[in-house]
Design a protein around this ligand. Structure first.
Ligand code: AMP
Ligand code: MG
Length: 360
């Protein structure tokens, strides 16, 4: 299959191209499209055949549920068995935006969207391409991230094509995604509500509306090999990823020490360091993404003071280490506040829980 590419202006997408893409969705095909978080791989959420093709194209485990994307508030009641008042409050406060609400599902949601579960995750993306595509398709659109299962999520159409080119009917190229990590998934069927996955809407922002919410055990222990939900490798480049937690010692020095140790054992070492670490006197590391004479290549994660920037670049940085041919990636840890919670959740999963500390 040849994957068609519809290139559109993300702010003023061309109607004829979106109609062509919507037509593919209506006919049971797969269309990848940009959202404010990452690119999604869309299919008609009311068609079991269309939805099963998502799992096939991604190589996604059958028990990993999909998020249903809507373009209007009115599209929600038919998808759910009940709509609690606090769900509506959150919808009006955060939609369109990176917050997925897990609610009891109705029979309109085809079974394999959330296999074996009584619930469905729903959100309204904050992106003109996504909203218009869903509206034109006339159906709710089931869409996980448009990557091959286990790989870092795609934040550009070229990421999508490198994973899924030839396996899906089309990708709508609307440029890079702004937020860069997936939506926050909030379960409203439990008391108190639980964050199943941290993401583009911060815990702090949700708590301003709801009061205290809890973090699901899979978030608290994101890298733990045995914790539920982490049974599959996630967000990972081909290299073995290690987090480097400097604690009280300077981050730059510790990154250099571990990088030198791995390089001395013959590894090609990618290092993901903050702009501050890269700017440190004496570091002499340029974030060029090129190999230096020690066998290390450093990429700029973004500023420690701007975690939105770190999130926006995160998956592209992980994929760049693959393009470089790194076999080990060392990633600096970031504070777990605001967007840092989502960043650290993704990094811990990519690292399968491996953390190096000073003294280790
Ligand atoms: P993706 O869009 O690829 O990030 O995948 C969607 C993710 O949302 C899943 O891996 C789950 O973590 C979460 N999710 C979606 N629907 C549900 C649901 N009904 N219950 C719990 N988690 C869900
Ligand atoms: Mg995903």
């Amino acid at each position: 299959m040849v994957t068609r590419v519809f290139t559109v202006d993300p702010l003023v997408p061309r109607g004829d191209l979106l109609r062509a893409a919507a037509e593919i969705l209506r006919n049971g095909g797969l269309v990848a499209f940009p959202t404010e978080t990452v690119y999604g791989l869309g299919a008609d959420a009311t068609s079991a055949a269309a939805v099963s093709r998502i799992f096939e194209a991604k190589g996604r485990p059958q028990d990993n549920p999909l998020i249903v994307h809507v373009h209007s508030y009115d599209a929600v009641p038919p998808l759910v068995a009940e709509l609690p008042a606090r769900a509506e409050v959150l919808m009006y406060r955060f939609w369109p935006g990176p917050l997925t609400l897990v609610l009891k599902k109705s029979r309109l949601v085809t079974e394999n969207v959330s296999p074996g579960l009584a619930t469905v995750g729903i959100r309204m993306p904050d992106h003109a391409v996504a909203l218009n595509l869903i509206r034109l398709s006339g159906v709710p659109v089931a869409a996980p991230s448009a990557n091959a299962s286990g790989r870092p999520s795609p934040t550009s159409a070229s990421h999508v094509l490198s994973d899924l080119g030839g396996k899906i009917e089309a990708v709508v190229d609307g440029g890079p995604c702004g937020i860069g990590v997936e939506s926050t998934v909030l379960d409203l069927t439990v008391e108190p509500p639980a964050i199943l996955r941290p993401g583009g809407t911060t815990r702090e922002a949700v708590e301003e509306v709801l009061g205290d919410v809890v973090l699901d055990a899979t978030v608290v222990n994101a890298g733990g090999p045995k914790s539920p939900g982490t049974k599959y490798r996630h967000y990972a480049p081909s290299a073995r990823v290690f987090l480097v937690d400097p604690g009280r010692v300077p981050a730059g020095g510790l990154l250099r020490k571990f990088a030198a140790e791995f390089a001395a054992r013959g590894h090609r070492v990618g290092v993901l360091a903050s702009s501050e670490v890269l700017a440190e006197g004496g570091t002499s590391r340029k974030p060029t993404g090129e190999w230096d004479d020690q066998g290390t290549a450093w990429l700029d994660a973004g500023s420690e003071r701007d975690l939105d920037e770190v999130a926006a670049r995160l998956f592209d940085n992980l994929r760049r280490f693959d393009d470089l041919g790194a076999d080990v990636v060392l990633a600096q840890v970031f504070p777990e506040t605001g967007m840092g919670l989502a960043i650290m959740n993704r990094l811990l999963k990519a690292a399968e829980g491996r953390v190096l500390r000073s003294g280790s």
